[in-house]
Design a protein around this ligand. Structure first.
Ligand code: TYM
Length: 330
């Protein structure tokens, strides 16, 4: 049986990379009948300095957006990571199996720690906590963007080490990567880079909360190149190709269909098509999120209900782990 696990950090507004790359794919797996655990990675958020009020606010906002995107809290277990202490407990045990050298080598760690004078250990342990997030439910599949693949390799390595020391207990979790380009939506301002919440230029990303006008403006300002025709070639024409990808994701088209539709249009004209497609896809989510945002009690209830279910599942797995490790849990 598949068990799908995924998480998102409450570190700011969701952008279309998060949405197409993770959220919508989770919703589709849910609708297809997969058993899905989806959580707000608020413990991960604290690997970089956070304003506590913002973490709280962003967590509820993220919950609203997830529900607005079609997450059904009856079918999917939706909760905050910090409400299930087993994540952090398993993280400790896995941390005892992880090596400093392996973690310090990861590109995301190197990038994030590069400009820090004092590097918090939590930042180093980031992928170990992520492994615990998945293993504590015996997760088999993890839908994520391409940026998370290396973190999942750490998870499968930890599984191997665990099995070697204590015997077989976990399935090896596998990333589920899409083939429609949604695993790597690129920055609108610098299409060599991925679209990112932390980019200093707000025009580099389209947020789920952006109005139609703002979406269209950001697409209009998107960096392309000096060739007016629309073609799809991510290596030589990353900017235009990213627009084609966004067009396809927003309107559920194949690349060939989008390129054909763009035939005879200049990139400037095509941007209007892409902007319209994005507005059409995102407006209903924005509207539902607006209604949900006005009901924080309902959002908290959803998370409470999810956490109660998640704790039961995590306890079962953790009991097996504790048993294997000779821990006295009673
Ligand atoms: P986070 O919050 O940075 O991103 C949430 C999800 O969005 C994906 N993503 C993208 N996909 C396509 N194009 C982009 N430009 C883009 N940017 C982000 C991410 O890959 C992710 O799927 N470490 C995770 C959170 C996490 C997690 C987990 C995920 C914690 N524990 C366990 C899976 C399983 C993160 O930082 O996501």
């Amino acid at each position: 049986n598949r068990r799908v696990v995924s998480g998102l950090q409450p570190t700011g507004a969701l952008h279309v990379g998060n949405y197409f790359g993770a959220v919508r794919r989770c919703v589709r797996l849910q609708d297809q009948g997969d058993d899905l655990m989806l959580f707000i990675a608020d413990l991960h958020a604290h690997t970089t300095p956070q304003d506590p009020g913002k973490v709280q606010e962003n967590s509820l906002e993220l919950t609203a957006l997830l529900l607005a995107s079609g997450v059904d809290p009856e079918r999917t277990v939706l909760f905050a990571q910090s409400a299930v202490p087993r994540h952090a407990e398993l993280c400790w045990l896995l941390a005892c199996l992880a090596t400093h050298a392996r973690l310090a080598h990861l590109p995301q760690f190197k990038e994030k720690s590069a400009n820090m004078k004092e590097v918090p250990i939590g930042l180093l342990l980031y992928p170990v906590l992520q492994a615990a997030d998945v293993l504590v439910y015996r997760g088999t599949h993890v839908p994520v963007g391409a940026d998370q693949v290396q973190h999942l390799q750490v998870a499968s390595q930890l599984v191997r080490t665990f099995h070697h020391r204590f015997g077989k207990l976990f399935p090896t979790p596998r990333p589920i990567l899409p083939d429609d380009g949604s695993d790597r939506v690129r920055s609108l301002r610098d299409p060599i880079k991925k679209m990112s919440k932390s980019d200093s230029d707000p025009k580099s990303r389209i947020l789920l909360s952006d109005s139609d006008e703002v979406i269209k403006l950001k697409i209009r300002k998107a960096v392309t190149d000096f060739t007016p025709q629309v073609t799809f070639d991510p290596d030589t024409r990353p900017g235009v190709s990213n627009l084609v990808t966004l067009h396809c994701l927003a309107s559920d088209k194949l690349i060939e269909e989008a390129v054909e539709e763009a035939d005879g249009l200049t990139t400037a004209q095509y941007k209007r098509v892409v902007g319209d497609a994005l507005c059409e896809a995102l407006a209903p989510i924005r509207e539902r999120a607006r209604q949900l945002r006005a009901r924080p009690d309902l959002l908290r209830d959803v998370l409470r209900h999810g956490a109660a279910r998640a704790r039961v599942r995590a306890d079962v797995v953790y009991a097996d782990v504790a048993d294997r490790l000779g821990l006295t849990t009673i």
